[in-house]
Design a protein around this ligand. Structure first.
Ligand SMILES: [Fe+2]
Length: 478
């Protein structure tokens, strides 16, 4: 591995504290100098908890959270009650070129610049928008993917070595963005994803069967330009997405202006498309923005869509941050396919993000939603963390919270089904936590008893920076 010089990150708000990268790729087993287990690891689960996130490898010139930073996956593997940890960068083509040239060759998504000819000569892409493969990690169709919003997925081996980009056998064309948030239907195992382009159709839904074979493409017409559509949701027979007035503007970005345009005077429009295809049904609601769905389902003519609401798109190029101080809440939106009516109600008042549910219920009626939550005040700080995990009973809005302590940061809580039970509440919730006194650990909560605190903590003798999305790779071992 290349020797990595220390970076000067002082001017980047979202590379401070536990947002700062780690420069080591580590491997730890349990025992002296390695992982330390506090509490009891469930013995009936076999698989790997993996989480992706940005981890800059070379001194950046500019940095905007949450769109920049080279993807790094942190994984904890479980087998027979024993655990193993490793973290590895996703070795994209651009990562390899920068590794060879020992410097950053691509600009930030907030301030792109033409790619250095030396990087192109070394095999790098001339596209100034680098695919950092930094947003999520997902297993489907016998492939483990590192995902990024605006680029091809990267196939990974179970040991976190990078295989390379995957275009679904030519389905994806150069420049196509594939969402970082495909959904796997809990009923059929189909993967529902989408391709985004800068020409009509701006968004095309892509459906793959459980083996990864392409079933159909459904263009979604009715958008006047490409928007920041970060997530989509299966709701029974339908797929729902939010067309909020948040637009990427590459021309502006190349001129050094804000690459994201927020037109808050426009309403947020919502599409629902039948999974068999056909024209989208469009709804309209007072303006809001959302990064993430929690789950959705259908009951007769109504679609229930649970998501994290916020009042505008939280990106400021000047601040280099996500402007995390604006409120985010769990909401339930109900679309009536017959009357066209929309209701959009708060489920809870706690600041939350990174919403998840039992994946066996994806697209189906369910009861419990989980999220990272902020229950501490952070005053004027823009650099915001989540100190807690929250579990919502979506039927009555009641919640349970576990606070990891002063100054902690807790990641996206992933639901791991209990192999011996069909019940959501019998499963486990896992997330990485950083606590200033305890360091990094993987927290394992009972999904039904979040307020009792961790059943186990797997202490990791290296820092795990704050990151994005995680998933449970059931049955995956080394
Ligand atoms: Fe996301």
């Amino acid at each position: 591995m290349a020797t990595r010089p220390e970076m000067d990150l002082g001017r980047f708000p979202y590379l401070q504290g536990n947002y700062a990268p780690v420069l080591e790729e580590s491997t730890f087993d349990e025992g002296e100098g390695g992982l330390r287990v506090e509490g009891k690891v469930p013995e009936n689960i076999t698989g790997a908890f993996m989480r992706n996130g940005p981890n800059v490898a070379w001194q950046p010139e500019h940095y905007v959270y949450p769109v920049d930073g080279d993807g790094m996956i942190h994984a904890v593997y479980f087998k027979d009650g024993r655990v193993h940890y490793r973290n590895r960068w996703v070795r994209t083509k651009s990562f390899q070129v920068e590794e060879k040239l020992q410097r950053a060759c691509w600009g930030s998504h907030g301030k792109p610049h033409p790619v250095d000819p030396e990087a192109i000569a070394a095999g790098g892409s001339p596209n100034p928008m680098k695919n950092p493969a930094n947003t999520s990690v997902l297993f489907h169709g016998d492939k483990l993917f590192a995902l990024f919003e605006a680029g091809f997925p990267h196939v990974m081996d179970s040991d976190l070595s990078t295989v390379g980009e995957y275009d679904y056998e030519g389905l994806l064309q150069p420049g196509d963005g594939l969402t970082a948030h495909p959904k796997i239907c809990g009923r059929t195992g189909d993967l529902v994803s989408n391709t985004q382009r800068f020409a009509e159709p701006y968004l095309t839904l892509q459906i793959f069967d459980k083996t990864g074979r392409h079933k159909r493409s459904i263009p979604v017409y009715g958008m006047h330009r490409r928007a920041m559509i970060h997530d989509i949701q299966i709701c029974g027979d339908y797929i729902v997405g939010f067309f909020a007035p948040a637009f990427p503007d590459i021309e502006a970005a190349m001129k050094g202006e804000n690459p994201f345009l927020w037109q808050g005077e426009r309403p947020t429009r919502i599409f629902a498309v039948h999974r068999d295809g056909g024209e989208p049904i469009w709804f309209e609601a007072p303006t809001f923005f959302s990064w993430h769905f929690c789950n959705g389902f259908q009951s007769g003519n109504k679609l229930y869509v649970d998501y994290v609401w916020m009042n505008s798109m939280p990106i400021s190029n000047e601040l280099g941050t996500g402007v995390e101080s604006q409120m985010r809440n769990m909401h339930r939106l109900v679309l009536d396919l017959k009357t066209g009516s929309v209701t959009n109600d708060k489920v809870g008042t706690t600041y939350c993000e990174f919403s998840r549910a039992d994946e066996r219920r994806c697209g189906q009626r369910y009861r419990y939603g989980f999220a990272a939550a902020a229950t501490q005040t952070w005053e004027d700080s823009q650099n915001h963390g989540y100190n807690a995990t929250i579990a919502y009973d979506m039927e009555n809005g009641k919640s349970q919270v576990w606070d990891y302590g002063e100054g902690s940061n807790a990641g996206e809580p992933v639901h791991i089904p209990n192999p011996d039970s069909e019940k959501e509440e019998d499963g486990y919730l896992m997330c990485y936590v950083y606590n200033p006194e305890e360091g990094a650990y993987l927290s394992i909560l009972s999904a039904g008893h979040v307020d009792r605190g961790p059943l186990a903590k797997i202490h990791i003798p290296a820092r795990v920076p704050n990151g994005f999305h995680a998933n449970w790779m059931n049955g995956m071992t080394l």
